[in-house]
Design a protein around this ligand. Sequence first.
Ligand code: C5P
Length: 206
Amino acid sequence: MIIAIDGPAGAGKGTLGRALAARLGLRHLDTGGLYRATALQVLRAGEDPADPVAAERAARGLDAALLDSPDLRSAEVGNASSVVAAIPAVRQALLDFQRAFAATPPGAVLDGRDVGTVVLPDAPVKLYIVASTDERARRRHEELLARGEASIYERVRAEIEARDARDSGRAVAPMRKADDAVEIDTTDLTPEQVLERALAVIDART
Ligand code: C5P
């Protein structure tokens, strides 16, 4: 069983991915974490996330310990992650890891931007998770505050819009709903309701 979940920042992919994996006994990979870890490694080396050579080097030599770093969720790393993610060599470097993860029994839930379109185009279940920009910004803002980061709602909203534009406008593997993905709008749903809808889609597809 392989489940591909895509969608923009703050729509609820990660929450759904974790819940589905727990419910179905699958492994879970937050693929955005790979891009965030790559960005963090570049920033810590004092290099520029837009530098293709530095970013590819970081992606190829990714320090797995960074995947658990609390710094991964900072606004700075979030912004830099969509800059490194637009570099083709970075995407290529992270592709094999994602496919190998999905192929390992008993199966997996992967969430990101291009899982259903590029990483696992043959996944039997594909979900595309969306929510209004206001709601996504509100959730991110609350998350940053809960972590003790200074956060201004308007700025978070502007950063989400900029990140959406970069992620859907890039030449390689842009964020896009796969033709065979089922869309769920989480704006007015609780995490439990989103999980129930996703389970219904999975039942129908498997
Ligand atoms: O999901 P998250 O906000 O953690 O992702 C961080 C960034 O990583 C995204 O803005 C996007 O640029 C990039 N990403 C990607 N492809 C994926 C997952 C994330 O390009 N499959």
